[in-house]
Ligand binder design. Structure first.
Ligand code: TYM
Length: 345
């Protein structure tokens, strides 16, 4: 079967979003929205794979939804909703728990990082996290998944799961009318732009992340202008001026990171940014970067705050998104149940 192009992606509502989420994923989401049918999810079920305070979780779900809209996702055009409101995600995830192999999950580097040394004490949900991710995508037969670089391995697993499902149930899939045996598409990662991996402002070898204990390591989408300027001013750099060519960034992770951030925010390539700033000292470059960050992120923070003042409106957006999501996922999960051999009454 020829699959209709459809985009799916999601973010976890654990604390506020940061510049890595925005540049690595959100900018691509906004672009794709212009050309594709897009489904953007707040993955609350993924969030609870590590402990979340229930009151904070509720607030974070609304906060991330508000940040989606404030960043430029249009809830009329794209489907915005929270994962737990569409049962197909959990239903398909269970079936995928029975398709994916232990050996596949054992190779997931993000589980190893997140579980750390105390592996025995990690939740089972954290271990099967990638199966739920595959279910998120395939419940809609999504073909394209815009994400940051850190999700690459999870998306490879989603493709393996889709492939194994198609193979394991081939006979029944064909009986259901899919002559080529392809029930699920193999979803393609979309990892593009100059900032697919935004690094910590304190250490250019570590990813910018919500879980870093130092708030100076990241720019949050809720930071005010002064905070943004302070964090950029304090960002780690090296003593050399900026190079004029890309290869001059080799071995200079902090410089490369700041140039990548500038490029992504300005909608230019890193090479173009170096054409302009090659030879400049970091003091001058950081000043320009701080101004650009404030110009691009300031309005998002203000709009998020405005939207958060009316949580009922955010809940209406989520309710309507969930309803539209169910219309797509419902018939697909019903067919999955048939193919697997469940009796539907
Ligand atoms: P999450 O919530 O950790 O991150 C959301 C998105 O932001 C990207 N990202 C980054 N990109 C560049 N630099 C960084 N430092 C950085 N940090 C985060 C992530 O790659 C991601 O695209 N498992 C996913 C959520 C998810 C999902 C899905 C994604 C659940 N189901 C189905 C796609 C499809 C996650 O934890 O993202």
């Amino acid at each position: 079967m020829k699959f209709k192009e459809r985009v799916f992606s999601g973010m976890q509502p654990t604390g506020s979003l940061h510049l890595g989420n925005y540049l690595g994923a959100m900018l691509q989401w906004i672009e794709l929205q212009k050309t594709h049918e897009c489904i953007y999810c707040v993955v609350d079920m993924h969030a609870i794979t590590v402990w979340q305070d229930p009151d904070e979780l509720k607030s974070a779900i609304r906060q991330v939804t508000a940040a989606y809209i404030a960043s430029g996702l249009d809830p009329k055009r794209s489907i915005l909703f929270n994962q737990s409101e569409v049962a197909a995600h959990a239903e398909l995830a269970w079936i995928f728990n029975c398709v994916a192999r232990l050996g596949w999950l054992n190779r997931m580097t993000q589980f190893k990082e997140k579980a750390g040394k105390d592996r025995e004490n990690a939740s089972v949900g954290l271990y099967v996290y990638p199966n739920l991710m595959a279910a998120d995508i395939l419940a809609y037969r999504a073909t394209h998944v815009p994400v940051g670089d850190d999700q690459k391995q999870h998306l490879e697993l989603s493709r393996d799961i889709a492939q194994k499902f198609n193979n394991d149930f081939k006979q029944w899939i064909e009986k259901a009318g899919y002559v080529d045996g392809n029930f699920f598409p193999l979803p393609e990662p979309v990892i593009t732009g100059p900032a697919t991996r935004v690094m910590s402002l304190r250490d250019g070898t570590k990813k910018m992340s919500k879980s870093d204990p130092s708030d100076l390591s990241r720019i949050n989408l809720t930071d005010d202008a002064d905070t943004i300027a302070k964090k950029i001013q304090k960002a780690k750099t090296d003593p050399e001026p900026l190079p004029s060519e890309l290869k001059g960034l080799d071995g200079r992770p902090e410089a490369e990171n700041l140039v990548g951030i500038y490029a992504a925010l300005a909608g230019r390539s890193k090479a173009k940014v170096l054409e302009e700033f090659g030879g400049a000292q970091f003091s001058a470059f950081k000043k320009a970067l701080a101004e650009l960050c404030v110009e691009k992120l300031g309005p998002i923070a203000a709009e998020t705050k405005r939207l958060m003042a009316d949580p009922a409106e955010i809940d209406r957006v989520l309710a309507s998104g969930s309803e539209r999501a169910r219309v797509i996922a419902g018939p697909i999960i019903a067919e999955v149940k048939d193919v697997v051999g469940f009796v539907r009454s």
